[in-house]
Ligand binder design. Structure first.
Ligand code: MD3
Ligand code: FE
Length: 217
């Protein structure tokens, strides 16, 4: 018996993995832009810093967040919403960089969603132990539009659930350069991220960064 050393395909190889109706993982889709994306995120965070938002229930999130684009996702004791103003700076969020727009539109098109024009990009930063409990993304006005997410840095285990809370989630490892497009019937599925395992990536150190592009308004 010979061990199959190549049972897992290399994480530098582009390929499309369907996850469910309307949902597809585009492996290595953002690999070439990875370093530029990380640099841009750093620049954005000097304008609108990463911060730990508080949920309406009073819990401080372990994931740090910032935004760019016309509107940004925010949470506080009053609820979740999209706002044109960064509550931390009192200024508009930094505009969506052209590279972000272009990459999101190309990924959406690859998944069959033409003319995706996001108005919001949420930037999530995970450190060791940071997690996102199972939830639905339901603060966007049009659920006919997909969500595009880009994973950078340290790998994470993503949990893809079903339409209801009960369904046992599918565990999907997401690594640097992976892009996922969530549209159609998968758009409202429950999902989460398991606590980040300690690991290092040359471009981000111990961090995982995730971009989620949305049409919020
Ligand atoms: C599946 N972020 O910010 S992105 C979030 O990796 C969020 O930071 C995760 O969930 C992260 O809300 C996952 C992938 C994602 C985004 C929206 C979805 C997956 C989704 C909507 C429906 C189904
Ligand atoms: Fe989400």
């Amino acid at each position: 018996m010979t061990a199959d050393l190549f049972a897992d395909s290399p994480s530098t190889e582009r390929r499309n993995e369907p996850l469910g109706p309307g949902a597809v993982v585009l492996r290595a889709f953002a690999l070439d832009e990875g370093a530029a994306l990380v640099d841009i995120i750093h620049a954005l965070s000097t304008v609108s810093p990463f911060r730990h938002l508080v949920t309406p229930g009073g819990h401080t999130m372990s994931v740090a967040m910032t935004n760019c684009g016309k509107v940004g996702w925010v949470s506080d004791r009053r609820g979740y919403r999209y706002d044109a103003i960064d509550p931390e700076t009192g200024q508009p969020w930094p505009p969506m960089p052209a590279l972000f727009m272009q990459l999101a539109a190309e990924a959406a098109a690859e998944a069959g969603f033409d003319r995706f024009v996001p108005d919001a990009c949420l930037v999530n930063r995970y450190v060791t132990g940071s997690r996102l409990t199972m939830h639905q993304d339901r603060n966007e006005r049009r659920d006919s539009e997909p969500i595009v997410s880009v994973s950078l840095g340290v790998p994470a285990m993503f949990q893809f659930g079903g339409q209801g809370k009960g369904t046992k989630p599918l565990n999907v490892p997401l690594v640097h350069g992976d892009v996922v497009v969530w549209g159609g019937p998968s758009r409202m599925n429950y999902h989460g991220v398991l606590p980040l395992k300690a690991s290092h990536h040359p471009l981000t150190g111990m961090d995982r960064l995730n971009l989620t592009f949305r049409t919020a308004r």
